[in-house]
Design a protein around this ligand. Structure first.
Ligand code: SAH
Length: 265
């Protein structure tokens, strides 16, 4: 690979070199930041939106780290080709198994132990808040962003890669999906959001959509903030919010509502 194929964002080099290897096991291991590795043909698109706002601050503060691996660096021949025509014919190009295999053989030894290996794919398991919560408990994640018609199936089978979808639509590449999923995961890491409680009360955290939110001014275009929210009665406010959550979920997401009614707790 070329020297420029891998790029680190955040404070990885500082945090990784502070301690000798023997100290990385046990409790010291926890001190290592959550780490996302992304194999992509557009490394310049990273950190992208993740470099801004709360995720960007957390990246600078070393609460997580991001490494992009440029697939082009593992390409074939002088032109570093990464794709070829689909076996059996048809439109478009497919990412080659040997090229992605080399990128993975470079990436996997550098991934923290226990990090899920994910291929962003419209055919994958739909991404959920529960998946974000699970990934946040892992030491990081390794993601493969597809392009063109996608990735040779043999790579997915050989490395036993989990396919995850951002939703039932087709993007031109996996990069936006990767950034969306990393965002959803990183904001759950301790210390990333200012107010820890805010991830416990938001949409999906208890299987329901969130209640409506309001802020000043108290009246706008003749519309008032609901009286109960201005009442200062925390019990009543809680009840109202819960009722609104249930009503919205029932009306908008019968699938979530059915799961909520069937929950075992
Ligand atoms: N031919 C494929 C689509 C390829 S889209 C099909 O019909 O299933 C090109 C790349 O964009 C994919 O390899 C994947 O990495 C990414 N991608 C597209 N839609 C996506 C989605 N909904 N979720 C996650 N990744 C997606």
């Amino acid at each position: 690979m070329s020297d420029t194929a891998s790029k680190s964002h955040g404070r990885k080099s500082i945090t990784a070199s502070l301690k000798p290897r023997s100290l990385m096991d046990g409790p010291e291991r926890l001190a290592r930041a959550w780490s996302a590795q992304v194999i992509t043909l557009v490394p310049d698109a990273f950190p992208g939106i993740l470099g801004h706002s709360l995720t960007g601050k957390a990246l600078k503060d070393g609460l997580w780290q991001l490494d992009t691996i440029d697939l082009r660096g593992f390409g074939e021949g002088k032109h570093r080709n990464v794709d070829d025509t689909p076996a059996g014919g048809g439109a478009g190009m497919v990412l080659r198994a040997d090229v992605m295999g080399r990128a993975l053989d470079h990436a996997l030894p550098r991934a923290p132990k226990g990090a899920p290996l994910v291929y962003l794919s419209p055919r994958g398991t739909p991404f959920t808040q529960a998946m974000a919560r699970h990934w946040a408990t892992r030491p990081g994640v390794t993601m493969i962003c597809g392009r063109f018609e996608g990735l040779d199936q043999r790579v997915i089978d050989h490395y036993d890669i989990q396919e995850v979808s951002l939703g039932d639509f087709v993007l031109t590449g996996g990069d936006l999906a990767a950034q969306a999923m990393i965002d959803a995961t990183v904001r759950l890491l301790p210390g990333v959001l200012g107010n820890e409680a805010s991830t416990e009360e938001e949409s999906f955290s208890d299987g329901l959509l969130e209640h409506p939110q309001y802020t000043r001014p108290a009246e706008w275009h003749g519309r008032k903030i609901p009286d109960v929210l201005m009442s200062g009665h925390h019990g009543e406010i809680g009840k109202w919010r819960r009722a609104m959550s249930e009503e919205l979920t029932k009306a908008r997401r019968p699938d979530l509502w059915a799961n909520f009614l069937n929950r075992d707790d």
